[in-house]
Design a protein around this ligand. Structure first.
Ligand SMILES: [Zn+2]
Length: 336
């Protein structure tokens, strides 16, 4: 009954399937949980199963083929995908209202609301998948509200996000929340092995990923690893100019500069939490870095100031236009 290439979440997938078959699914669902654990894949599976010739999301038939490949179309017979656009990475009102892309060219033939009201293909629902739903801005969120509350019969919204707190409260309250837990280390590493990862990488890969697949790509993983090493070096007193490189945004990235700082800041918070754990004799979560972290866990080190600086920086990310001073400021708090 389930796609073989999705890892984990068996209980949620079974429950969603049962409810769908029993006609007991609400109009709008909100999938929440950590980044990179497969929430979007589970949402796609619901649509894919209905198009699959075997009705199982078999992954082999012509129907399933529509759902495969890295570059999934925005519109499929029973599915419309709304994704953030442009460097700022927001879901704009034109996408919702008229189905336009960032150059104001039609991307799908209709706006979301009109698309939602069309009759679904035979024996199918219509699925509207809003990916990274925390990137709806206030106006695009507001225009979705009414349709979210009462989608046309046979139409379901699935909003997917790892940052539900960043969604408008009015949107959250109109959706049924389906919380996803991280994968088990075993489930996540099994996927990594299929993607060519080697046993030697397992401790660091599993520790950094925390049951997610967000570091499946080698470059993403190496970058996170370099960011951990950079913070450790800065905490040990290495000069900013020598050590901070991996923490700063990459100019050629498609992600907004401020958004690129989220990961290093979150990693810093994890490192500080681990230093605190070591101090009280507990095992650090980032176990492969235990030795380095232990040398940093001196009693005179202030953990509170950098924690507050990192949290404050995270709060200001959406508006931040100058990443370097922000990271510099956080760094200053590390050695005070
Ligand atoms: Zn199939």
């Amino acid at each position: 009954m389930f796609s073989a290439d999705i890892a984990g979440h068996q209980a949620i997938r079974q429950r969603l399937l049962d409810r769908l078959q029993g006609g007991r699914i609400r109009g709008s669902l909100l999938f929440t949980g950590p980044e990179g654990i497969g929430k979007r894949r589970v949402a796609l599976e619901m649509a894919q199963r209905e198009i699959c010739f075997r009705r199982t999301a078999c992954g082999q038939c012509e129907g399933c083929r529509l759902f495969q490949g890295g570059d999934l179309p925005f519109e499929l017979p029973n599915l419309l995908r709304i994704v953030p656009e442009g460097k700022a990475g927001v879901i704009r009102i034109d996408q919702i209202r008229e189905g336009l892309d960032s150059n104001n060219q039609p991307r799908f033939s209709r706006g979301v609301i009109e698309w939602a009201s069309l009759a679904p293909p035979m024996n199918c629902h219509r699925w509207i998948l809003v990916e990274e739903a925390h990137r709806l801005n206030e106006s695009s969120g507001n225009i979705l509200l009414k349709t979210l509350e009462e989608p046309p019969p046979g139409t379901h919204f699935i909003l997917v996000t790892h940052r539900p707190e960043a969604l408008l409260q009015t949107i959250r309250s109109r959706c049924e929340r389906i919380p996803f837990a991280p994968l088990s280390p075993k489930e996540a590493w099994a996927v990594a092995l299929r993607h060519g990862w080697q046993e030697g990488d397992q401790p660091r890969w599993s520790a950094l990923g925390e049951g997610s697949l967000r570091f499946l790509g080698e470059a993403d993983f190496r970058r996170a690893e370099a960011q951990v090493d950079a913070w450790i070096a800065l905490m040990a007193g290495r000069p900013f100019s020598e050590a901070a490189g991996p923490l700063l945004p990459e100019k050629e990235s498609t992600q907004a500069q401020g958004e690129q700082l989220r990961q290093p800041l979150e990693l810093l918070l994890r490192l500080l939490a681990d230093v605190a754990r070591i101090r009280v004799g507990e095992t650090p979560a980032l176990l492969p870095w235990r030795e380095e972290l232990t040398t940093l866990a001196t009693p005179q080190r202030d953990l509170k100031a950098p924690q507050e600086a990192a949290l404050e920086a995270l709060r200001h990310l959406p508006r931040n236009l100058s990443p370097e001073p922000l990271i510099r400021e956080v760094t200053l708090s590390l050695v005070s």
